[in-house]
Design a protein around this ligand. Structure first.
Ligand SMILES: Cc1cc2nc3c(=O)[nH]c(=O)nc-3n(C[C@H](O)[C@H](O)[C@H](O)COP(=O)(O)OP(=O)(O)OC[C@H]3O[C@@H](n4cnc5c(N)ncnc54)[C@H](O)[C@@H]3O)c2cc1C
Length: 375
C-alpha cells in the first residue's frame, strides 16, 4: 500500500512536493489554510540563480541543480508559461561594492558557473532602455543562464499535476490539530475532516513553526518581511533581471515590471504596512534606471514574509522525536521548490537520502546549537 501523506501548505514548496509524490504513486492530500500560492509565494521576487551568496559549495550545487530542475520541468509541462529564463545583470557604484562583486564573479568562475563582464557599450546593445548611471566600464556582471518564475502559475501547474494522478487538494481549511501517538502522527484534523496518515509534511512557510507546535515540536524559524512592487504596463523592452546598486527589477509579464530593494524591505513597518514614500522611491529609482519608460506607477504593492532558517540553509526532515512529521522550510523556496520535490520524494518513498542531507537536516544537534561563549 502506498503511504498516505498529508502536506500542510500549498505554497510553491508544498505544491511542488505534492506533485512529485503523487506522480510517484503516493496517496497525497495537500491542505492550505487559505488559497494555494497566496502566502509568501505570491509576494516574492522569484529570481532563479546560483550567483547570490550560496555557500558552502554543496549549497551552491543544490541551487544549480534547482535551476536545472526548473528547466527539466518546463520541458515536460509545455506550455510552461511560469518559466522565464533570462540573463541577470549586476553592477556596483561604490569601490567596496565593486570589490565584493569582483570576488563574487571570481568565485563563480572557480565553480564553473556561467558569468561574463560586459562593457557599457555591450549593455546598450543588450538592454537599450537601461541607463546604469555612473558605472566602471567593463564592470557589469552578466549571468546569462538565470531567470525568474511566475510563481502563482507554477503553483497552479504543480497542483494540476497532483490532481491529474488522483491527489487531493483542500483549501480554505487549516491543519488545526495533529494527533500524536507514541511519537508518531496518526491523524490530521482540518475543519470537519480527520485524515489518517503515515507521513505529514510541514510546508507552511513562515507559519511552519505553528504547524510543528501542533505536535509539540519546536522549529528554530525566523522570518523577515520584504516589499514587492509591481508597476502598471510600461513602455520598455527590458528582458533581463537587473540588480542595480539601489534597486532590483525584472519583467513581470503583461508589460509590467517587478521592483524590490533592501532599503524598501527595511521600510516595511510593524503590522506589515508600507509608507507611500517607500513605494515612491522605488518607482523613482526604476524611472532613473529606465528613462525610456517615462513615469512608472504602482499597480500592486505586497509585503511577503520570508521563512528564514537561522543559518540560511534549508531545514529538512523530522525533529523533536516525531519521526513521521517531515519539515521542509527554506528561503529561496521558489528556486529550490522543484528540486526539493524530487529529493524529498526519493527520500520518503525509497529511503535514498538527498545529497549532502547532513547540511540540511533539522535534527542535527550541532546545527542550531548556541555557539559556545568565548572566555
Ligand atoms: C520579498 C521577497 C523576495 C524573495 N525573493 C526570492 C527570490 O528571488 N527567489 C526565491 O527563490 N525565493 C525568494 N523569496 C523566498 C520565497 O518566496 C519563499 O522561500 C517561498 O515563497 C516559500 O514558499 P513556501 O511554499 O514555503 O511558503 P508559502 O508560499 O508561504 O506557503 C505556505 C502555505 O502554508 C499555508 N499554511 C500556513 N499554515 C497552515 C496550516 N496550519 N494549515 C494549512 N496551511 C497552512 C499558507 O496559507 C501558505 O499558503 C523571496 C521572499 C520575499 C518575501
Amino acid at each position: 500500500m502506498q503511504p498516505r501523506i498529508v502536506i500542510a501548505g500549498a505554497g510553491v514548496v508544498g505544491a511542488s512536493i505534492g506533485a512529485e509524490l503523487a506522480e510517484a504513486g503516493a496517496d497525497v492530500t495537500v491542505i492550505d489554510a487559505g488559497r494555494p500560492g497566496r502566502g509568501t509565494s505570491s509576494a516574492t521576487f522569484a529570481w532563479i540563480n546560483a550567483s547570490a551568496d550560496k555557500e558552502p559549495t554543496a549549497y551552491h550545487e543544490l541551487n544549480v541543480a534547482a535551476m536545472d530542475a526548473h528547466r527539466r520541468l518546463a520541458q515536460r509541462t509545455r506550455p510552461a508559461t511560469w518559466y522565464h529564463p533570462a540573463a541577470n545583470l549586476q553592477w556596483a557604484d561604490a569601490a567596496d561594492d565593486l570589490a565584493r562583486l569582483t570576488k563574487k564573479v571570481e568565485r563563480r568562475r572557480e565553480l564553473d558557473y556561467p558569468v561574463e563582464w560586459v562593457s557599457r557599450r555591450r549593455l546598450a546593445d543588450l538592454e537599450p532602455d537601461l541607463d546604469p548611471g555612473d558605472v566602471a566600464d567593463d564592470r557589469i556582471a552578466r549571468f546569462p543562464e538565470e531567470g525568474w518564475i511566475d510563481t502563482p502559475v507554477l503553483v497552479a501547474t504543480q497542483l494540476q499535476r497532483l490532481r491529474a494522478v488522483g491527489g487531493h487538494l483542500l483549501t480554505g481549511t487549516a491543519v488545526e490539530a495533529l494527533e500524536v501517538d507514541a511519537g508518531a502522527v496518526t491523524g490530521v484534523v482540518a475543519g470537519a475532516d480527520r485524515l489518517p496518515v503515515d507521513v505529514v509534511i510541514n510546508c507552511a512557510g513562515p507559519e511552519a513553526d505553528g504547524v510543528a507546535s501542533l505536535a509539540g515540536v519546536e522549529l528554530p524559524l525566523r522570518t523577515s518581511a520584504g516589499l514587492i512592487v509591481t508597476t502598471g504596463p510600461a513602455v520598455t523592452s527590458l528582458a533581463s533581471v537587473v540588480h542595480a546598486p539601489r534597486l532590483h527589477l525584472r519583467p513581470e509579464g503583461g508589460g509590467r515590471l517587478m521592483l524590490a530593494s533592501a532599503a524598501a524591505d527595511a521600510g516595511v513597518q510593524a503590522g506589515y504596512t508600507v509608507a507611500r514614500d517607500v513605494v515612491a522611491e522605488l518607482l523613482a529609482d526604476a524611472a532613473r534606471l529606465l528613462p525610456a519608460a517615462g513615469d512608472l506607477d504602482a499597480e500592486d504593492v505586497r509585503v511577503g514574509v520570508r521563512p528564514l532558517p537561522p543559518d540560511g540553509l534549508p531545514m529538512l526532515g523530522p525533529t523533536g522525536g516525531v519521526d513521521n512529521l517531515y519539515h521542509v522550510v527554506t528561503h529561496s523556496g521558489v528556486l529550490l521548490s522543484v528540486r526539493l520535490g524530487e529529493l524529498v520524494t526519493r527520500h520518503l518513498l525509497s529511503g535514498e537520502e538527498p545529497p549532502d542531507f547532513g547540511l540540511y537536516r533539522i535534527d542535527d544537534p550541532a546545527r542550531f546549537a548556541p555557539s559556545p561563549t568565548a572566555i
